[in-house]
Design a binder for this molecule. Structure first.
Ligand SMILES: C[S@@+](CC[C@H](N)C(=O)[O-])C[C@H]1O[C@@H](n2cnc3c(N)ncnc32)[C@H](O)[C@@H]1O
Length: 278
């Protein structure tokens, strides 16, 4: 019930896209989160917004997964911090396990934690530990608690933080606060990987339909999107932008197909990696 008509319900939707393209997404557990009602929602989304989400979301998952695996190979004691983790499966997908901390609304953490325990008992999911920090990123006292917990967990350790499928839903001030918290707790060489939408996306036909669909289904106001370009990321204190890619470049990198060639048929998402300087 807490998910209905709430932005966190969109965390189920993306799993259907990942599950439809496992070879590309490498998310062999995404299907676990997909119910009949998610499938119906996905069909509406596919018809009313765009048909290529299964390609884009698979590439997105692949980008974050490969970046995490690369970081674990480089520094095996990496702590993975997933902000707005939703129903992603990275702790169970990485070739070498690492300490994993997921932060999301309380109802998402409780629901996910319960399901993970059930599926681990049934042998459906590997017995890997996931730590949860329930929080509303907009709430000041939650921000303080997140900072305190991360300071303890990351103390002296390399880390990778992700903000996947969330930067555009957060107010600018909230996102800036999250960057401040991460810069306080991450060690030099640690990274933040994120996806983002640039301001010119507002004229993109898929984006226009996307905002209409999200207003109708999840009550997310059409004006409430946080759009920025790479200069904003370059201005984040304590970090250097070390990589920026577009979704079409991810397609070249990971699949070599050409489904995403027409910009008017896709959601033109961007992906960046920031490294903590020091
Ligand atoms: C579109 S989903 C993406 C989930 C996941 N990262 C993925 O890519 O599948 C956005 C996620 O951000 C979480 N979220 C949005 N606003 C939040 C807030 N203010 N505080 C905590 N979590 C939030 C939602 O609950 C949801 O899980």
């Amino acid at each position: 019930m807490e998910f209905e008509h709430h932005i966190s319900e969109s965390a189920f939707l993306v799993n259907e896209s990942r599950a439809r393209n496992v070879e590309l997404s490498r998310d062999r557990y995404a299907h676990l989160w997909v119910t009949d009602s998610t499938r119906r929602l996905w069909r509406d989304f596919s018809r009313e917004v765009y048909a290529l989400d299964a390609v884009e979301l698979a590439l997105r998952n692949r980008f974050f997964l490969e970046h995490l695996e690369k970081q674990i190979r480089r520094t095996p004691d990496t702590v993975f911090v997933n902000l707005g983790a939703g129903f992603t499966s990275y702790p169970f997908l990485v070739a070498t396990p690492c300490r994993c901390i997921e932060i999301d609304y309380e109802h998402v953490c409780l629901f996910k934690g319960k399901r993970i325990i059930e599926w681990q008992k049934e042998g459906v999911l590997p017995k890997r530990k996931v730590e949860f920090i329930p929080a509303d990123f907009r709430d000041r006292s939650d921000q303080k608690r997140v900072r305190h917990k991360l300071a303890g967990a990351l103390s002296g350790k390399p880390s990778m933080a992700t903000l996947e499928g969330i930067t555009y839903y957060l107010e600018r001030a909230t996102l800036c606060r999250l960057f401040e918290i991460l810069s306080d707790v991450q060690t030099p060489g640690s990274t933040i990987a994120l996806d983002f939408w640039t301001p010119d996306v507002v004229t993109n036909p898929v984006h226009i339909r996307f905002t209409e669909f999200f207003a109708k289904k999840f009550g997310h106001a059409r004006s409430d999107y946080n759009l920025f370009d790479v200069d904003f990321l370059r201005s984040v204190d304590g970090y250097e932008v070390i990589s920026v890619l577009g979704i079409q470049e991810l397609e070249k990198m990971y699949s070599g197909t050409n489904y995403l060639a027409d910009i008017d048929q896709i959601l033109p998402e961007h992906y960046a990696v920031l490294e903590r300087t020091g």
